[in-house]
Design a binder for this molecule. Structure first.
Ligand code: BG6
Length: 484
């Protein structure tokens, strides 16, 4: 495969929360990897900004440690790391006061792209936006990047949008959902709209149902305070799973252009029916396998927060009428696996007579691990014995199909940060999309809270509560297995 890395334009990227966990785990190592790949121009600068009183040297030492911890050894060449660190600066800034702002404003070059990454809690968004504006660094070349959670409900998301809108135009606001930066998520659009093969079948007439699974093996340890106020619905469904659902269900946009894509996604969210209580299962992991349970991990004596959720969702439009979308996500499950499975209907008539245990065509799009696609097709079992049918996978892992370079897929954050610099908002959520997602989510949460619904306990290392399997069994369907 030929490498097509094109350096981006010169930029200044200011990372507020530059000493924090996300900066160290994802943002800085990701930027280093882009530098290593040759995508960062010589004039690029990354400016860490946080409260700690550090100088450039102190911050560079921190960045070096982050690279050493989070970048694969093959890319950790000492000369490359030294060269990357030359791009790094640091300013101690007080988000709620005046400290450091003059120094920061003097450093940021107004005539090159300058992006401000708000890798801080949403309570600081307003303060930061106001000060960026007051210090004259919010010009036309300015962009801001904000992280999830974008609000806790519709009211808080609206308030955040309004705060940002006071100082920035929507075209300057990049709301990150890192699932949109995953390679296979974009491939989903390429597969759907770059081939004639799938799109004619992509509707209620031919698709029996769709499963979207994001399973994790990790628990909530270390993030209990945040997680217990969110739960799987706010932490994963309202953003990541809904984005996947939108990309699977949306109509073809007229162009692969930010607003055309986002308009189509928004229509899907607006077409979602409310979820019936009987179509929703919430779970909470118990202790087991030598691991603590949710309550201990989250540091709570009691909690009704769900660490697992499964639901049946309907998209009420012409294309999808009566084709259910089953979504599930959870922590402490058997394997780390994210995939979308499009399960097609059986042929209308079998010319081969009844065959036991036949299962129809399924297109599986694997997001992680081992990004790729798999199409299950029916063939004749080889050898004598008549016309016996079997299902075999047409399996494609990107690494096998495109060579080892393709296995070296950039992390979602790397891709998204480069998109910010390029000014491409296609993979970022627009304000109205986020609000529509909350408008659908809020009544659901209110309904189970109002009913006093308690999450079902499930054992770690499995597929979540039994009731989740029942959700499909009762309709003669079954979840795909959670295994790597
Ligand atoms: C985050 C959630 O947005 O996504 C986490 O807050 C979750 O709870 C994570 O673990 C999953 O991301 P990934 O890329 O590891 O699938």
């Amino acid at each position: 495969m030929v490498s097509r890395i094109i350096p981006v334009d010169p930029f200044d990227l200011v990372v507020f929360g530059g000493t924090g966990d996300l900066a160290q785990r994802k943002i800085l190592p990701g930027l280093y990897r882009r530098f290593w790949a040759g995508q960062m121009p010589a004039e690029a600068r990354i400016i860490g900004a946080a409260r700690s009183e550090l100088d450039d040297a102190g911050y560079r030492a921190m960045v070096r440690a982050a690279i050493e911890e989070h970048v694969a050894p093959a890319k950790r060449e000492p000369e490359q790391i030294d060269a990357f660190l030359e791009h790094i600066r640091y300013v101690a800034v007080d988000a709620r006061g005046e400290g450091g702002w003059k120094e920061l404003a003097a450093l940021v070059r107004p005539d090159v792209i300058h992006a401000f990454y708000f890798s801080v809690g949403p309570s600081l968004f307003g303060d930061l936006a106001e000060r960026i504006h007051a210090h004259g660094i919010a010009g036309p070349h300015c962009r801001i990047v904000v992280e999830k959670p974008f609000g806790h409900d519709l009211a808080s998301a609206k308030a955040l949008n309004a705060t940002l809108a006071q100082h920035f135009d929507e075209t300057q606001i990049y709301r990150i959902d890192h699932y949109l930066g995953k390679e296979t998520v974009q491939n989903l659009m390429a597969v759907r709209f770059g081939n004639i093969l799938f799109e004619p079948l992509w509707n209620a007439q031919y698709v029996d149902h769709i499963q979207i699974t994001v399973a994790e093996t990790v628990g909530v340890g270390g993030r209990g305070d945040y997680y217990d106020k969110s739960g799987a619905m706010r932490d994963m469904v309202q953003n990541h799973l809904m984005q996947l659902l939108c990309l699977i269900a949306m109509e073809p946009p007229h162009r692969f252009d930010p607003d055309a894509v986002r308009d189509e996604k928004l229509k899907v969210i607006r077409a979602l029916d409310p979820v019936e209580p009987a179509d929703l299962v919430r779970g909470q992991y118990g202790p087991g396998d030598g691991l603590a349970g949710y309550l201990e991990d989250a540091g709570q004596d009691e909690s009704d927060t769900e660490s697992f959720i499964a639901m049946k969702v309907h998209v009420s439009n012409w294309r999808w009428k009566n084709t259910p979308f089953y979504l599930r996500t959870g922590k402490r499950l058997r394997a780390r696996k994210s995939e979308i499975a499009v399960v097609f209907k059986d042929p209308p008539h079998s010319i081969f007579g009844e065959q036991e245990d036949r299962r129809g065509n399924v297109l599986v799009i694997r997001l992680q691990p081992n990004e790729g696609m798999n199409l299950r097709v029916t063939i004749k079992e080889p050898g004598p014995g008549g016309m016996r049918l079997v299902e075999v996978p047409l399996d494609m892992s990107f690494a096998d199909a495109l060579g080892p370079e393709a296995a070296d897929i950039p992390d979602a954050y790397e891709r998204l940060i480069m998109d910010v610099i390029r000014g491409n908002q296609t993979l970022f959520m627009r304000g109205d999309e986020v609000e529509a997602a909350w408008a659908w989510t809020d009544p659901l949460i209110a309904s189970w809270t109002g009913r006093g619904d308690r999450p079902k306990r499930y054992d770690p290392g499995g597929a979540g509560p039994e009731e989740s399997a029942m959700l499909l069994h009762r309709e003669g369907r079954r979840w795909r297995e959670i295994k790597e």
